[in-house]
Design a protein around this ligand. Structure first.
Ligand code: S3P
Length: 450
């Protein structure tokens, strides 16, 4: 099932090379945060390059429901008139975050220290995902959560009337949990501290600093200790959203496995907390270069150039790299299937609670396409079949997961027989122009009649 409308089956087949320039949209993580921090600041935040995927549109709608004025001026150009820290109004209706774990978890944090009630829901994927990882620390501030069994949505949060600051060590490596705690800490007096054993994406910290909050990160033997001073006045900003490395991963990896390809993906955000895939691909022997490295809007950016790479080798991806490429394992497994030797991915338990169980979804589809995959609770191993060596000839189930859908379409560009997916609809959550962009590069994707 697609998140919006009927399922849209598609198929990808081996064809000509991919060539040209792929301008991928704005970063999803930065886009959500721009809207939420814009809504919590005073004045008008101007955003360019905002990702107009469904996940972010759902967050924009939610910010309106909490009282911010959110306006679209043109493609990717948005403004937010914020209500200030502690200024959220009680929404008049249920907040539907669609498919977005980031949206719901960050917004829960942002409202949890304001004395209002809000009820959250999502699609079948989101309503199956764990929320206790966020509501547990929010309870320490004084917020209350009433959800379904297992801490699932739909769920009502009662924000704390007299919030207290919190010191919290995140039990799972999650930027969403860290961000929810920091956003809740904004309206608590005193210092809120989050400790993370492993570095996860730090867009919230960078952006909070940009909006004028006092926030300090120290690297200590216990991990990264992030201290936020509560009740700042956040001042509206002008934000240029960098292009999304997690979206860039698809045309880059498709080019690496498709004979004769040469693709340029310009202006990609390469924050080190996000760039682990590119390190891994280079270790595998990919012909991938970073050109024109520069800084834009406080984030490192480069142009990526990927060429067909027939001699890639399997590697062991170290667990400590997992957080910096957590969304890229599905497409990495597609590249691994086209490499020689085994690719071992360990320390990736979190993949089991994404938009789908991504280890299970990829392993099932890859096996159906003739690839040997072993898996355990927090690891999986893909046996490479060499460039162009995957038989294909199967259809994968995407489980409402955009990255599973895009990964199998990319795989189909390299396989002996076409690869199908049951539903391309979810792709619109993060990369609404994916199908057009890939078609322009020369990808042989086609809609399959239902
Ligand atoms: C995100 C954090 C990650 C990632 C998600 C976006 C964010 O989730 O998978 O796509 O913007 O903070 P976790 O925090 O669950 O690791």
């Amino acid at each position: 099932m697609s998140s919006h409308g009927d399922p849209q089956p598609m198929e990808a087949a081996r064809g000509g090379p991919l060539r040209g320039t792929a301008e991928v949209p704005g970063d999803k993580s930065v886009s959500h945060r721009s809207l939420i921090l814009g809504a919590l600041s005073v004045g008008e935040t101007k955003i360019t390059g905002l990702l107009e995927g469904q996940d972010v549109l759902d967050t924009a709608k939610a910010m309106r429901a909490f009282g911010a004025e959110v306006t679209r001026h043109g493609a990717g150009a948005w403004s937010v008139h914020g209500v200030g820290v502690g200024g959220f109004a009680e929404p008049g209706n249920v907040i539907d975050c669609g498919n977005s774990g980031t949206g719901v978890r960050l917004i829960m944090g942002a409202m949890a220290t304001t004395p209002i009630a809000a009820t959250f829901t999502g699609d079948a994927s989101l309503n199956g995902r764990p929320m206790a990882r966020v509501t547990d620390p929010l309870a320490l501030f004084g917020a209350r959560a009433y959800g379904r069994a297992g801490g699932r949505l739909p769920m009502t949060i009662l924000g704390a009337a007299e919030p207290v600051p919190v010191r919290y060590a995140t039990p799972v490596p999650s930027a969403q949990v860290k961000s929810a705690v920091l956003l809740a800490g904004l309206n608590a007096p005193g210092k809120t501290v989050v400790i993370e054993a492993e570095a996860t994406r730090d867009h919230t910290e960078r952006m909070l600093k940009g909006f004028g909050a006092e926030i300090v990160t120290e690297v200590t033997p216990e991990g990264r200790v992030i201290t936020l001073t509560g009740q700042p006045e956040l001042v509206a900003q002008t934000i240029a959203v960098p292009r999304d490395p997690s979206s860039a991963a698809f045309p880059v990896c498709a080019a690496l496995i498709t004979e004769g390809s040469d693709v340029l993906v310009p202006g990609i955000g390469l924050n080190p907390t996000r760039a682990g895939l590119f390190t891994t691909l280079i270790e595998m022997g990919a012909d991938l270069t970073l050109e024109n490295e520069r800084e834009e809007g406080g984030e490192p950016v480069a142009d990526l150039r990927a060429r067909f790479s027939p001699d890639m080798r399997g590697v062991e991806v170290p667990p400590e790299r997992a957080a910096s490429m957590i969304d890229e394992y599905p497409i990495l497994s597609v590249v691994a299937a086209n490499a020689t030797g085994r690719t071992e991915m360990r320390g990736v338990k979190e993949l089991r609670v994404k938009e789908s169980d991504r280890i299970a979804a990829m392993a099932t589809g890859l096996r159906a396409c003739g690839v040997t995959v072993e898996e355990g609770e927090d690891w999986w191993i893909v046996e490479g079949r060499g460039a162009g060596g995957v038989p294909g000839g199967a259809s994968a189930t995407t489980h409402l997961d955009h990255r599973i859908a895009m990964s199998f379409l990319c795989l189909g560009l390299s396989t002996g027989k076409p690869v199908g997916i049951d539903d391309a609809g979810p792709i619109a959550t993060s990369f609404p122009i994916f199908l057009d962009l890939m078609a322009e590069l020369g990808a042989g994707f086609r809609v399959v009649a239902r």
